[in-house]
Design a protein around this ligand. Structure first.
Ligand SMILES: [Zn+2]
Ligand SMILES: [Zn+2]
Length: 170
């Protein structure tokens, strides 16, 4: 836990970027001693804005108010955000989210089912890439990344099944 410039305790950063900075530490405090003395020596020539930036902004680059004011707030916000999106999102969401390909979601939801994609992948990687192009995924890099993500998701699912089967036998 850190304390902001007004003495209020500040916990985990809740910035939308997913910054997981554990608590508030003002930019000034995060500076090495030498640099800090330098800044303090120049205090009278710094603009007000620069001064408040040094004190109000955390070393993670986000302002104090982006940091939760209670230890629970952050967790609660994460939980609600996740449960909302999981129930509202379509079948492609989880996979695309993990692969950093969410910009393809709209296009894929409209043109290709997840099952259809796996079936196409069974036929072969090249067929699958062609199908993706027909489905409107314009960028080759995206098609390849999606292909890899699907293959990986399937491998993980298989591993899970194997592990479960082994656990059953044991
Ligand atoms: Zn942050
Ligand atoms: Zn921070």
């Amino acid at each position: 836990m850190g304390v902001d410039a007004f003495g209020a305790p500040r916990f985990r950063c809740t910035d939308k970027s997913g910054c997981l900075c554990a608590d508030f530490c003002c930019t000034l405090d995060a500076m090495p001693e030498e640099q800090r003395q330098e800044v303090e020596a120049q205090a009278n020539v710094l603009t007000c804005q620069r001064k408040s930036e040094l004190v109000i902004f955390c070393s993670c680059g986000h302002p104090a108010w982006a940091h939760a004011s209670t230890p629970e707030q952050h967790r609660m916000e994460m939980i609600t955000a996740e449960s909302v999106s999981a129930s509202e999102r379509g079948p492609w969401y989880a996979l695309l989210h993990d692969a950093g390909l969410l910009h393809l979601e709209k296009c894929l939801e409209a043109t290709l089912s997840l099952e259809g994609a796996y079936e196409a992948l069974d036929v072969g990687r090249l067929d699958f890439l062609k199908k993706l192009r027909q489905a409107g995924v314009q960028v080759l890099k995206d098609r390849q990344a999606l292909c890899n993500a699907l293959a990986r998701a399937r491998r993980l699912a298989e591993l899970d099944r194997e592990r479960a089967a082994r656990a059953e036998k044991a």
